[in-house]
Design a protein around this ligand. Structure first.
Ligand code: CTP
Length: 415
């Protein structure tokens, strides 16, 4: 059995807010949105009032699959939308940025949704100006550009030299959307987890009844393997502790195969160290068997003379992540647990919240057995202390990328 090959989606799990200013170059923003979406990004478009004179919001909502935002006081936005977008975005792209938008950014105006989001943003801001060459070369614009460069809050890309809409030539053209998209992709190819050690568990555990038989569950290991692969792709040193599964080891990942829950526990403590200082994050995607036979028989249980019904005494396995949660001091390693449930979404969230507290973890990924086991996709709800995020059904690869991005945010800059 092998993982299906995923199309290269380098921006998968990235949240990009694309702010579009009122310029004839607004049509290029549509191509940019399309390229970013194709590369896997979640793109939220914000239009200035002037932009709506050049391009229709239906174009962007069609391309991105999300309603376009224009005004913070009108649905679908809410009063806090600028703060939410500013916090949740991995990148803010302002393209095209008009002379007026640059002036507003340089003076810290908060006169519309775009300028307000830019003020709230904690992520990098990429700005692609577009205007007539005489507007670009005007001392006022150049003063604003110098201010923005000196503040270091905005990274300007272009404008480039060429023919502008009026037919004249000069510096003022917005960079082409494919160039911008390539820059954005390259920026996210950065290895944010370099120097971090992420330990991931995956698959089921198996609990011996006798040398022939054992108890296990339906976990395929696909989710944990995808997380290990994505964490390694982002530069982490990854230790993958895998129960009995038939999956290839992801590139660059150190794999430790175990059989039982007790072996998984021992391997985890070995990987993280007795004081847990050896791991920056532990993601417990494994479906650990809660019970094991009280004593595995040394000899095969034979049919002849077998009691009928045959009673099997089970004892509880250690709660592996619960023990890690109790043992850690402070917030390291970051702990992620999964909650595998069979009820409806309300029960799922309630159970995930219980597990969040009972196991002292930072995030519980709630999912339902029938939507997760042995499938290549999954539908999950992320439950943290201040987070409740139902995610759309998506491939385990994409969900893994999303979880790794959450880890990146938790772990911050290694330097
Ligand atoms: N887990 C663990 N050790 C166990 C059982 C589970 O570390 N003995 C971890 C799982 O890897 C998962 C989380 O705890 O990250 C929740 O697992 P789940 O089976 O959903 O919950 P349980 O704690 O087993 O509770 P219940 O079965 O009652 O829902």
């Amino acid at each position: 059995m092998s993982e299906p090959s995923e199309p290269a989606r380098p921006l998968c799990g990235r949240r990009i807010t694309l702010c579009v200013g009122g310029s004839i170059a607004a049509f290029k923003a549509a191509s940019l949105a399309s390229l970013l979406v194709k590369d896997g990004a979640e793109v939220q478009v914000v239009l200035t009032q002037a932009a709506t004179e050049f391009i229709n919001e239906a174009t962007f909502s069609g391309l991105t699959g999300r309603p376009v935002l224009k005004n913070m006081f009108e649905p679908p936005a809410g009063a806090e939308v600028h703060i939410e977008l500013g916090r949740a975005s991995d990148l803010l792209v302002i393209a095209p940025a008009t002379a007026d938008l640059l002036a507003r950014l340089a003076t810290g105006r908060a006169s519309d949704l775009v300028s307000t989001v830019a003020l709230c943003a904690r992520c990098p801001i990429l700005c692609a100006p577009a205007m007539h060459p005489s507007m670009w070369s005007h001392p006022a614009t150049q003063r604003n550009v110098a201010t923005l460069r000196a503040d270091g809050c905005v990274e300007l890309v272009g404008p480039v030299e060429g023919v502008v809409a009026s037919g004249e030539s000069g510096v003022g053209r917005m960079v082409e959307p494919d160039v911008l998209a390539a820059m954005i992709t390259a920026r996210f190819a950065a290895k944010e987890l370099l120097g971090r050690h992420v330990v991931v568990t995956a698959g089921p555990t198996a609990e011996d009844i006798d040398p022939v038989r054992y108890i296990t569950n339906r976990s395929s290991g696909k989710m944990g393997f995808a997380i290990a692969e994505r964490a390694a792709a982002h530069g982490a040193r990854v230790t993958l502790i895998a129960g009995p599964v038939f999956l290839p080891t992801p590139r660059g990942v150190e794999r430790i195969d175990i059989w039982s829950a007790e072996q998984m526990r021992d391997a985890l403590w070995q990987a993280a160290g007795p004081d847990l200082a050896g791991a920056d994050a532990i993601v417990m995607a494994a479906a650990v068997a809660d019970f094991r036979p009280a004593a595995a028989r040394a000899e095969k249980i034979r049919r002849e003379g077998m009691a009928d019904p045959l009673a099997l005494d089970l004892v509880a396995n250690p709660d592996i992540i619960g023990a890690l949660g109790r043992a850690r001091h402070g917030t390291r390693p970051v702990l992620v647990g999964f909650a595998m449930e069979t009820g409806d979404d309300d029960e799922l969230v309630a159970s995930a919240r219980r597990k969040l507290d009972a196991k002292h973890v930072d995030l519980v990924v709630g999912n339902r057995a029938e939507e997760a086991f042995a499938r290549d996709d999954n539908r999950a709800i992320l439950v943290g202390r201040t987070l409740l995020e139902p995610l759309a059904r998506q491939s385990k690869h994409d969900l893994a990328e999303r979880l790794v991005m959450w880890l990146v945010r938790q772990l911050g800059d290694p330097t």
